[in-house]
Structures are given as structure tokens and as C-alpha cells.
Design a protein around this ligand. Structure first.
Ligand code: HEM
Length: 474
């Protein structure tokens, strides 16, 4: 079972979900305890109970310290796995300030330039590996927008795999390194005994730690070289009193933001391309029509400068509801994080009318929330209209009621809601608009067109090669 958790390559769910579903033939209960962990983990997918966790009992919904211990030599004391202390709150305030809307437009200009460069590069190739190319594009976006790192310094980080050295871009490096840390977590000894959390058992685990150290050094060198030119996330941190002179703290948070931003957003964009391509005569045609309406039927931009004019218009957010719905529907069907990290319920409170032990480990099963049959009609089907009240047959529950607000929760909720939500949605909108108005995507192997995308960064993606041709509006 533990091995299966990370090695299965193509299935409907992750192996952990597969295991849960195998225990409940008629579908998962809204709350149950699973015993892969000796203390048991409460798995919640009832939107009413999730609402308690996010709102009325949010102060009792805390981070567990397990992940922090396991990843301590990777992301140190980062806010991601910290408890909601005063220091966490102060860090969160400074770091989310770096992503405020007034900073976002400057960042989006960079996104447009980088996407234009990527499109130009792909046109010169016969076919591209879509997962890898989107990974590189998002990595470049994150590194330039948040850290001011120039493109020519993207492919320089040495990564060791079974003793062989390769050079990877920061996004791919972090993804590989993070998955290796998760494999450490899956070791049954660590599940049963916290004392092993920081111990290294094998050569592979030692190699994982050396790679993490290499990445941390890479961030130290960014701080040292003063790559930052002002206005970006790293500069904000370095200018802030709390972070000034505390380089290890800066490295912890940079690493967290690179990790949290790159893997999740890459999945969102890759999966969106995948689903829109599958539904090219319906959803994609409607999406392209929407953009044409925004430019009043005139020609769609072809140059970065014109895209900037169009995409940075204040009204775009309101003018492109269908694009928003497509993004929401992708996040519903394949949330970038299928379940939350391990939290714990503190204070011996009641949840869903049941008394819960103090410090009970707990996770929110996001993917299950998004596919509950009492909330969603035909949950396995891609239908962006679910988010549009003009289509009650999709917008309402099968009983014709309004859906519970917590039945859609890709960014979690409450005090630990994702800080990068607006940034992720804005860059996804920007990149997807440009890609689908410039290019036509076609699978080289048409037989994989209707496969389900892997949907999580733990799965090795099959080889999704795509042919790229210029899009010519009819
Ligand atoms: C589609 C894109 C994204 C999705 C679906 C997503 C989802 C999530 C989720 C579910 C959590 C809660 C994790 C947990 O506590 O178990 C989270 C937390 C977080 N996310 Fe995101 N995220 C995305 C993009 C981003 C981006 C672009 C950034 C940074 C620019 C970011 C930064 C963070 C941080 C720092 C946290 C921890 C917040 C805290 O604990 O206070 N995320 N995200």
C-alpha cells in the first residue's frame, strides 16, 4: 500500500483515494477516520462540516507539526507548515502584500512577454511535450514575477538523481525534490514513529537532502547577487523590517512560494488545455467567441503590446466570465491539491455533532467535495456552465437547490486560505487567453485525447506530445 501511494501512474484517483474508496463501496461518508496513520486521520468531505472548519470552528483548525518536521531540512520554518502563531500572521501579512492588485498589473506585463516568447519558440518545433513546456513557462513566470530572476539564469541548477547530475529549471527541480520528500514521508516507520521524521535511512534520502541544500544555496545566491530590481516579492521581503538580515527566514519563504506557486499553477494550466482540447467544439469554441466579443469582433492581438492593452483592462475580469468558469471547472475536476496537508483539530470540540479528541489529525478531501453527487450533477463531466446561474440545469444541485458554498474549495478556506489565489487565477487567465487565441493544439497520439490527465504532481504524466499550429479564426 505505502509503495503504491507514489508509484501508480495512471488511474482515476491517487492511490490514497483509491484506498479510501475501496473501503466504502457506496461512496465516501462525509467524515471518517482512516488508519494509515496510527492516530487516525479524520477525512472530511461534507461541505457543512468543512464550513465549520473554515468559519465557526476555524480557530480550532490548526496545522499538524508532522509535515514541518519531515520537511524541516527543505523548507525550514516556512509559514506553510507553521501553526497560526503571531509570527505566522505577520509573515502572511507582509508576503500577501507583495501580491496585492497594484503589483499584479506589473507582473502581468511580464507574463505576457514570457508567454509570447514561449509561443514563438513552440512555433519553430514540430511537436512539444505539453506538460514540460507549460512547466517551464510557469516556472519562468514565477521566477521573473516574484523573484526578478532573468530568463538566462533559469536552467542552471544542478540536480542529482541516482548519482547522475542534470541541470533543471527551478520549477522542475522543486517538483522532483518535493516528491522525493513526500516519498520519505510515506515510509511506514515515519507513519508510526515521529522520532524517524528527521532521520535519513538511505542513500536516496541523503541525495534528496543534498539537492534541497543545493536549492537553498541557489536562493542564497539570488539574495546575495541582489538579482531583485525592486517591486517584486523578494525585494518586498528584503526591505521589510521583519526579514531584514534574516537570510534563512527569507530562503524558507522564497522556497515555499516557489513550490506553492509553480506546481499548482502548472497543473491548472496544463489540465485546462487538456479539457478545453477535449471539448474543442463546445467549451473552447465558446471561449474563443467570448474573447472576440471583448475586442468587439475586431482582430485578436498578436503582439505582446496589444495583449497588454487588452488583458490589463480593468473590466477584463468581468468581461471574461466564461474563461473564469473554465478555470473553475478545471479546478473542480482536478484540484491542484486533491486534499489538504495534515491539519489537527484542537481543543476537544464537536464537529458535525460528534466530539473530536484534542489534536486529532484531519484533512479536507478537496477532490471528494468537488464530486459529491448531492451537490454536482454528473460530477465526472467537464461543464463550465456549472458556475453560471444562467444554466440552472448545471448550476443547481440535482435536487434543484443552491449548491453549498463549501462544495467548491480548491484553495482551502478560513485563515489558512491560499495566499496566491488571485495571482494564480490572473496568470492562468492571461496565459490561457493568449495560448488559445494564438494556437491550435492537437495530440500527436489522438488515442490519449480523452484520457484523464494525471491531475496531480505525484503522478508521472504520460508522454503528452502535442502538435502546435497557428489558430486561424473562421
Ligand atoms: C492553481 C493554483 C493554486 C492552488 C489550487 C492552490 C491551493 C492551495 C491550497 C489548497 C492551500 C492550502 C494548503 C494546506 O494548508 O493544506 C494553499 C496554501 C498556500 N498557497 Fe496556494 N494554491 C495555488 C497557487 C498558489 C500561488 C500562485 C502561490 C504564491 C504566489 C501560493 C501560495 C500559497 C501559500 C504560501 C500557502 C500557505 C498559506 C498558509 O498556510 O498561510 N499558492 N494553496
Amino acid at each position: 500500500m505505502f509503495k503504491a501511494l507514489l508509484t501508480v501512474e495512471r488511474y482515476k484517483w491517487t492511490a490514497l483515494e483509491e484506498y479510501w474508496h475501496s473501503g466504502f463501496e457506496g461512496g465516501l461518508p462525509g467524515m471518517f477516520v482512516e488508519f494509515i496513520n496510527p492516530r487516525g486521520i479524520l477525512v472530511v468531505s461534507d461541505p457543512h462540516i468543512v464550513q465549520e472548519l473554515y468559519i465557526s470552528k476555524n480557530k480550532h483548525f490548526e496545522k499538524s507539526t508532522k509535515m514541518k518536521r519531515i520537511l524541516s531540512r527543505f523548507i525550514g520554518d516556512s509559514m506553510l507548515f507553521d501553526k497560526s502563531t503571531q509570527l505566522w500572521g505577520e509573515k502572511r501579512k507582509v508576503l500577501s502584500g507583495a501580491l496585492y492588485k497594484d503589483r499584479l498589473n506589473g507582473m502581468l506585463e511580464k507574463v505576457i512577454g514570457i508567454t509570447e516568447g514561449a509561443i514563438g519558440g513552440w512555433m519553430g518545433k514540430r511537436e512539444i511535450d505539453i506538460t514540460q513546456e507549460i512547466g517551464t513557462l510557469v516556472s519562468e513566470v514565477v521566477m521573473q514575477c516574484l523573484f526578478g530572476l532573468p530568463s538566462d539564469q533559469m536552467d542552471k541548477i544542478p540536480y542529482s538523481e541516482n548519482g547522475t547530475l542534470t541541470h533543471l529549471n527551478p520549477g522542475l527541480f522543486l517538483q522532483k525534490n518535493f516528491v522525493m520528500h513526500m516519498k520519505r514521508q510515506m515510509n511506514p516507520l515515519r507513519h508510526y514513529f515521529d522520532a524517524f521524521d528527521k532521520v535519513l535511512f538511505t542513500g536516496t534520502e541523503r541525495e534528496t537532502m543534498r539537492n534541497s541544500e543545493t536549492f537553498r544555496q541557489f536562493i542564497h545566491s539570488m539574495i546575495g547577487k541582489g538579482v531583485q530590481k525592486g517591486g517584486d516579492f523578494l525585494s518586498t521581503m528584503l526591505q521589510d523590517e521583519m526579514f531584514r538580515g534574516r537570510d534563512e527566514m527569507v530562503v524558507d519563504e522564497c522556497l515555499t512560494f516557489m513550490l506553492a506557486a509553480t506546481m499548482t499553477t502548472t497543473l491548472l494550466i496544463t489540465n485546462s488545455i487538456y479539457y478545453l482540447n477535449q471539448n474543442n467544439e463546445t467549451a473552447l469554441a465558446k471561449l474563443r467567441g467570448e474573447l472576440l466579443t471583448i475586442v468587439n469582433g475586431e482582430s485578436i492581438p498578436t503582439k505582446a503590446q496589444d495583449w497588454i492593452q487588452l488583458l490589463l483592462k480593468e473590466e477584463l475580469i468581468h468581461l471574461s466570465p466564461y474563461l473564469t468558469h473554465c478555470i473553475q471547472e478545471t479546478l473542480r475536476l482536478d484540484p491542484s491539491l486533491r486534499f489538504s496537508t495534515i491539519h489537527q483539530i484542537e481543543g476537544g470540540i464537536e464537529l458535525g455533532g460528534i466530539r473530536i479528541l484534542d489534536k486529532q489529525p484531519c484533512i479536507v478531501n478537496i477532490a471528494e467535495l468537488h464530486s459529491r453527487r448531492d451537490q454536482w450533477r454528473e460530477p465526472g463531466v467537464y461543464r463550465p456552465e456549472r458556475f453560471d446561474p444562467a444554466f440552472p440545469e448545471w448550476y443547481l444541485t440535482p435536487n434543484g437547490q443552491k449548491r453549498h458554498p463549501c462544495s467548491f474549495s480548491p484553495f482551502l478556506g478560513g485563515k489558512r486560505v491560499c495566499v496566491g489565489k488571485t495571482f494564480a487565477e490572473s496568470i492562468a487567465k492571461c496565459i490561457l487567453s493568449m495560448l488559445f487565441q494564438s494556437l491550435e493544439f492537437e495530440f500527436v497520439d489522438e488515442s490519449v485525447k480523452f484520457d484523464k490527465p494525471a491531475g496531480t504532481f505525484f503522478h508521472k504524466q504520460p508522454d503528452y506530445k502535442m502538435r502546435i499550429t497557428p489558430f486561424k479564426p473562421k
